[in-house]
Design a protein around this ligand. Sequence first.
Ligand code: FES
Length: 189
Amino acid sequence: MSQPHLDLHETASSEPRRGFMTHILAAGIGLLVGAVPACAGLAFFLDPLMRKKKGGSGDGFLKMPVSLDALEINGEPQLVKIIMDKVDAWNTYLKQPVGAVYLRRTDKDKVVAFNSRCPHLGCAVDYKPSEKHYFCPCHTSTFGVDGIKQNEIPPRDLDNLEVQIRNGGEVWLKFQNFRATTPEKIPVG
Ligand code: FES
């Protein structure tokens, strides 16, 4: 009668291997269990940043309180205050004044917009109808009605902004502030 063959060598070596596999499995489960709260914590930490990206008006454009019809072709620029919800790292501040723009209609379906902040040190520029230019009172600089600087103090022209005409006459604007003092337009905020 044949006896069952017992391979003592195989049995002895499989014990430590099984123990090793158990340790690997335990370590894997431990990592998985630890990763869940870590991911939740990371999502919580990033939440305001993600909300900031998702927030605003979808494509970033704001509907202006003036329509195309209210702007005369090649007429005087109109000053519009920009009110937006501001989001910092953890809070949302509703309806905050963030700046102002000059809107000017230059053609049937075209409106140009300039940020009213002077690119020199950020003072607000005024439009002077009698001179047909923008005037910065802080260092007596002027800009043409096309936004081009007329003296050497400002480092660049007025900052133009993207405008779209939608639904046959609504004026939509992508508002942005830019860093003062630099020749290049560097977005801030
Ligand atoms: S801030 Fe406008 S010229 Fe200096």
